[in-house]
Design a protein around this ligand. Structure first.
Ligand code: SF4
Length: 701
């Protein structure tokens, strides 16, 4: 390819946030390679990242013009942007006038750029006057957010990827980074290759690809993570393998943690977890002997009715061993989406405020109102993701604006979500692709610009903020999400939305962070373009960024100490198995697909890995259910059923089955959609759904 232009940007998929160099030839054709200079991936890309040029260039599925239904029973028809904005504003105003601001809501995405996230929040919380804005990050990271807030005072990942090469012990729990965070896993793999004494412990009911690196795989029963972490804590305390000086000087509430850890003996814990006492002791001994210990986790802990308890009990282990705020150690949640963290920074959840300000704090609410010059900010949290669709179903919520996410496939109990969208008075969907099943429910469909078609910033799992340039024009009349939001706000008559570029939005947000713990007032677009990416905080114009937090052992809590938390529930309290529903269904990702496949599903090369949905099942369970490899099985839960091909696997525990979450409707049938089965029970604090624990039965079709 004859190279004409070259641009550095960031991958649009997972929270690892790899740097990508996009080359454009004289004919406008794009190619991508890993950015050699980017500190995260140093030139490496996984299969998804390597194929992003096909996704960017194939516009066959793109929404090219605004479309509108003139009434609910009419088909979508092409309209101008002007008509679409006028109608959207008129309907929103009318609903707000008749039913109040809490009758409308916005559901956004961890794939939105920070500027878009910021504007959606400003519009909703500051001007419409409701906190009904939530994000699909609620389905992924909200339990980790609460865990961090409880332990270190704020939603603050303390460490960097560069700490990986400094650590000598890793505990990977409820995560399969070999498939879901491949470049991060590659770094870990290389580190272990170079340093064979490095220990890796994996906690997972399935023996995944990640276990190829494990010195010890703790194949626990689903939902028993807290029991395991508590048992490890007990062993560490009993064997005096804890850092008493650290605990005394820098933490609070140790006794509560100890009491919780001692609530079960190791023997009892092992029985609950379905593993041996020896395995627990071995894991605890490895952690207790480590000089530099990192814990990594993701959805297996977060997506649970006890997601917060799982998080705090794991965080307790870092505090017990004093393994935080130092090189090569600390807790490290692996973000699912590319900008889930950026969204949280600008307050992109129903329970958060911009720049890590607190909705419960009157001073914080006043600061935000004063800064925006809008309406008083409500104290009460708004509707969270699942609550929003429940409220549509009960007709409490009348209108919803959905941006860059496909809840009809990704939300638990998906048929209920479809029913709720049918009941809604008014649905606006802002997206790039007709491949999203949610577009079918739109009264107004707005074409958004995609990756490479707009500029903005994102923050990856290690707090690294990067700039993404505009490289190509969006197709048809598609516009950047930020512009769509500020033009809608102008149509609503709100002041303070007279932006002309994403950089103006970014500058405003930076100013808002001044003096906070995530201060990035020293980080301009210019610096990002000229000097590269930075890890927050970056509080002044010559500041180099902050690779590691809490190095002075001062935490963001009220008393400045890290806080031990006793988990409230140590067992998963979601639905029970019984004779009718004897198996536990676990859902998750596969290596070459992303979310609901609206992008990866159109890349032929990515379909060669696993082309169709499947049900992973232990040999014993297939025998008991008279199933063979390749049979079509009907999987039924208390909410619905799916038909799916059986894959016999010795690597999954008996009585546990697994199904990927990516597939929605195939040939107009929803029989492959895993979320027909999952339930919408949520963690009581984080409100994150219980995707990993759903009672099912499996029968031959
Ligand atoms: Fe993109 Fe994640 Fe793959 Fe990196 S590891 S290339 S960020 S999908």
């Amino acid at each position: 390819m004859q190279k004409k232009e070259s641009h550095n940007t960031i991958c649009s998929y997972c929270g690892v946030g790899c740097g990508i160099t996009v080359n454009k030839d004289n004919n406008g054709a794009l190619s991508v390679v890993g950015d050699d200079e980017y500190p995260v991936n140093k030139g490496m890309l996984c299969s998804k990242g390597k194929n992003l040029n096909y996704v960017a260039q194939d516009t066959s599925d793109r929404i090219l013009h605004p479309e509108m239904k003139w009434s609910r029973n009419h088909p979508l028809q092409r309209v101008t942007w002007d008509i679409a904005f006028k109608r959207a504003a008129a309907v929103f105003k009318s609903i707000i006038n008749n039913y109040g601001p809490d009758s409308v809501g916005f559901y956004v995405s961890g794939q939105c750029l920070t500027e878009e996230y910021y504007l959606a929040n400003k519009l909703t919380k500051g001007f419409i006057g409701t906190n009904n804005i939530d994000t699909n990050s609620r389905l992924c990271m909200s339990s980790a957010v609460v865990g961090y807030k409880k332990a270190v005072g704020e939603d603050a990942v303390p460490i960097s990827y560069d700490d990986i090469e400094l650590a000598d012990c890793f505990l990977i729990a409820g995560a399969n980074p070999a498939w879901c965070h491949p470049i991060l896993f590659r770094r870990l793999e290389k580190h272990k290759e170079n340093n064979p004494k490095v220990k890796v412990l994996v906690v997972d009911p399935r023996k995944t690809q990640t276990c190829t690196l494990a010195d010890l795989h703790l194949q626990i029963l689903p939902g028993t993570d807290v029991v395991l972490f508590n048992a490890i804590a007990r062993w560490l305390i009993e064997r005096k393998k804890i850092d008493t000086s650290f605990i005394k000087k820098y933490t609070s509430n140790f006794e509560a943690c100890k009491q919780s850890a001692f609530s079960l003996t190791l023997k009892e814990a092992a029985k609950h977890c379905g593993i041996t006492v020896e395995e627990i002791k071995k894991a605890a001994k490895i952690i207790g002997s480590a000089k530099r210990f990192i814990s990594m986790w993701t959805m297996g802990l977060n997506q649970s009715v006890i997601g917060v308890d799982k998080n705090v009990s794991l965080l307790n282990i870092s505090l017990l061993t004093g393994q935080i705020g130092k090189p090569g150690c600390g807790p490290f949640s692996l973000t699912g989406q590319p900008n889930a963290m950026g969204g949280r920074e600008v307050g992109g959840m129903a329970s958060l405020l911009a720049a890590h300000r607190d909705l419960n704090n009157a001073n914080h609410r006043n600061e935000v109102q004063e800064f925006w010059g809008g309406k008083p900010i409500k104290k009460e949290a708004g509707l969270t993701a699942t609550e929003m669709f429940d409220a549509l179903d009960s007709e409490k919520l009348k209108a919803i604006w959905i941006i860059c996410t496909n809840p009809v496939v990704s939300m638990p109990n998906a048929r209920k979500v479809e029913a709720a969208l049918k009941k809604a008075n008014f649905v606006v969907v802002q997206d790039i692709s007709h491949n999203s099943e949610t577009t079918k429910y739109a009264d107004i469909l707005l074409p958004a610009a995609g990756w490479l078609e707009k500029e903005g910033t994102m923050t990856n799992s290690e707090r690294r903020i990067s700039y993404l340039p505009k490289v190509i024009d969006p197709p048809g009349e598609a516009r950047p999400d930020a512009e769509i939001l500020w033009r809608f706000a102008q149509e609503m008559g709100y002041s303070g939305f007279d932006y002309t570029s994403a950089s103006e939005v970014y500058d405003e947000y930076c100013l808002m962070t001044k003096g906070t713990n995530i201060d990035i007032s020293g980080l301009s677009y210019e610096r990002l373009k000229n000097e590269g990416s930075f890890q927050w905080p970056v509080p002044h114009k010559t500041h180099k960024g902050t690779p590691r937090l809490f190095q002075d052992q001062t935490y963001f809590t009220m008393n400045g100490r890290a806080h031990f938390n006793a988990p409230k529930q140590i067992y998963n309290q979601s639905e029970r198995t019984n004779a009718e529903y004897p198996l536990i269904l676990n859902t998750g990702r596969i290596r070459d697909q992303w979310h609901t496949r609206t992008k990866t599903g159109k890349v032929k090369r990515l379909l060669t890995h696993i082309p169709t949905p499947y049900l992973e099942m232990n040999k014993v369970d297939t025998y008991l259910n008279k199933l063979n490899e390749g049979d079509i099985a009907v999987v039924t839960s208390r909410r619905g059923s799916v038909r799916v091909k059986v894959k016999i696997n010795l690597d999954i525990r008996e009585k546990v089955v697994f199904m990927p979450m990516h597939w929605g409707k195939i040939l107009n049938s929803d029989f492959s959609r895993a979320n027909n089965l999952t339930n919408n029970l949520v963690d009581p604090i984080s409100k994150e759904p219980d995707f990993k624990y759903c009672a099912v039965r499996v029968e031959k079709y």
